[in-house]
Design a protein around this ligand. Structure first.
Ligand SMILES: *[C@@H]1O[C@H](CO)[C@@H](O)[C@H](O)[C@H]1NC(C)=O
Ligand SMILES: *[C@@H]1O[C@H](CO)[C@@H](O)[C@H](O)[C@H]1NC(C)=O
Ligand SMILES: *[C@@H]1O[C@H](CO)[C@@H](O)[C@H](O)[C@H]1NC(C)=O
Ligand SMILES: *[C@@H]1O[C@H](CO)[C@@H](O)[C@H](O)[C@H]1NC(C)=O
Ligand SMILES: *[C@@H]1O[C@H](CO)[C@@H](O)[C@H](O)[C@H]1NC(C)=O
Length: 469
């Protein structure tokens, strides 16, 4: 499955008006992850068996082969005399820009999911890699079906502040059961590069975690909180997946603040399974529309909105796009936490919060043995603002001159364009599984020719010309 986000398309719209040809980059193998360095505009692509460094116009600067290499899930790295080892593909699991170190964090599926650091300006320069550090260096997962997300952060201990990245990872059939881990990016005292420096047994070694089938989809950081969006079951015999967002404080050394809130999308939570998400400001028009709907309170154009594409459970899944203002998410989380500490977990006589990962739970206890989550009745609901019979697997959002445009990627590689002004237009097919293209944000059919487009001083007008209009 391709996990690449559309985000980069929108970040990289530094466009030459009426350029000669569409900038496009094509990989010979499936693309797993894409990130951009905001400082240089460079784009990094993590694909199966290769990492690419592109300039901001998608021209390839460097390519590094990362596989296939001799490996086996049963072998402990370094792989030397392991009988099971055979040529194995390397799927990119995590790609992050580490600006203060000038490096790219690259974690692949080979060798139990060990990471490396490569130079941002020249990825063929390996800054750090060590496969002899044992279990503490196994950051991601060697399993194809286990998705991994991560976000850069810092960790302060006494007078020292360290760069770290915080990882959300499901559990397949092997490897560690750490749902969330905080990985340091330098050696310090007894800590080694990539070691998990947080001990939080509540979130990390819950013996029940296997049953919940966490599938992480997105993570982001905002105003001192780190958020993870994922799906999971309710455990036990229940097999149905639901969408959750979890939040923790960035400076929480024990994940005590970790809390899960269910998100539902569409009538009766019809679109129960999140596939991808994106955080963006809504822009003037959408903010007005959201405010006017009366569902989310007052929404301002500079607020942050979580855009989620979710699918149904059917054999041929349909999908919907739902929006959740972050302020609305935070407010519900606060209500639930305070119900926990002051009202025995109840809101209006209904149980609003429980502890899904343990059987024994007491809401007002000083120390909780495992994280809290909202009960289904207190899930945060949103209407599906756009629905389709396709399986949506990627979403990115851009705001241009008041108007909000969402790009939706389908499982067969098509990209749709949905905006507050017009219904979905198909931009192109096969666009995103193997290739990255720059795409127009503005609707080209509004302009007759390149000149009138340029007269409007629309930064995206170059693309109208490219579409032959
Ligand atoms: C890798 O780690 C091992 C174990 O800590 C250490 O002995 C070795 O020197 C390290 N190798 C490099 C190249 O740093
Ligand atoms: C931290 O810094 C303060 C002020 O500079 C100093 O008094 C204190 O001893 C330092 N603490 C540690 C553990 O280094
Ligand atoms: C980047 O991090 C690595 C690993 O901690 C370290 O060896 C290297 O010196 C750092 N480089 C810079 C420029 O900070
Ligand atoms: C729920 O998700 C898990 C893992 O992502 C998957 O194996 C399982 O089939 C899903 N359940 C349903 C009913 O689709
Ligand atoms: C929000 O926008 C949609 C689509 O343009 C429109 O149908 C709906 O009426 C708007 N809602 C409000 C409250 O303005």
């Amino acid at each position: 499955m391709a996990w690449w986000t559309l985000a980069v398309l929108l970040l990289s719209l530094s466009i030459v008006c009426c350029a000669e040809s569409i900038q496009e980059f094509t990989s010979s193998t499936l693309i797993n992850n894409v990130v951009q360095d905001p400082l240089t505009g460079r784009i990094y692509v993590g694909a199966i068996n290769a990492i690419y460094q592109l300039d901001s116009l998608l021209k390839q600067e460097k390519k590094v082969e990362t596989g296939p290499k001799r490996d086996s899930r049963h072998c402990t790295p370094p792989i030397q005399s392991c009988h099971d080892a055979k040529m194995t593909d390397n799927t990119n699991k995590l790609l992050l820009v580490h600006p203060s170190n000038g490096s790219l964090i690259v974690c692949g599926s080979l060798f139990k999911g060990i990471c490396s650091l490569r130079k941002l300006s020249s990825i063929d320069h390996l800054i750090y890699y060590n496969d002899s550090k044992g279990e503490k260096a196994y950051v991601v997962s060697s399993e194809e079906t286990v998705s991994v997300v991560g976000v850069m952060s810092t960790f302060t201990k006494e007078n020292d502040t360290f760069d770290v990245f915080v990882v959300g990872k499901g559990y397949g059939s092997q490897g560690n059961m750490e749902l969330i881990s905080t990985r340091i990016l330098q050696d310090f005292g007894n800590w080694d590069v990539f070691e998990d420096i947080v001990e939080a047994p509540a979130v990390q070694v819950t013996p029940f975690v296997k049953k919940y089938r966490h599938n992480f989809r997105y993570s982001f950081k905002e105003s001192g909180f780190i958020y993870f969006l994922f799906t999971r079951t309710r455990g036990g015999l229940h097999n149905k997946n639901f969408t959750f967002i979890s939040r923790l404080c960035e400076d929480d050394h024990h994940y005590y603040s970790y809390m899960e809130l269910q998100l539902s999308c569409g009538p009766n939570n019809m679109y129960n399974k999140a596939q991808a998400a994106f955080v963006s400001s809504p822009g003037e028009e959408l903010a007005r529309n959201l405010s006017a709907s009366g569902q989310y309170g007052q929404v301002r154009s500079q607020d942050k909105i979580l855009f989620v594409v979710s699918s149904t459970d059917e054999d041929k899944p349909h999908s919907g796009l739902c929006m959740y203002p972050l302020r609305y998410i935070n407010q519900r989380i606060m209500e639930i936490i305070s119900a926990c500490y002051t009202k025995n977990g109840k809101i209006g006589n209904k149980v609003a919060v429980d502890s899904p990962y343990t059987t024994s739970y007491k809401c007002s206890a000083d120390f909780l043995p495992s994280p809290l989550a909202s009960t289904p009745g207190f899930a945060l609901a949103a209407q599906a603002v756009h629905t389709t019979k396709d399986l949506l697997m990627a979403v990115a959002v851009a705001v241009e001159a008041e108007r909000t445009v969402a790009f939706l990627g389908t499982s067969n590689g098509n990209v749709y364009h949905v905006s507050t002004a017009a219904e979905g237009t198909v931009l192109g097919s096969g666009l995103y599984l193997y290739s990255i293209s720059m795409v127009p944000v503005e609707e080209c059919d509004m302009m007759k020719d390149c000149k009138s487009c340029m007269d409007l001083k629309d930064p995206y007008c170059g693309w109208c010309a490219l579409e032959g209009r």
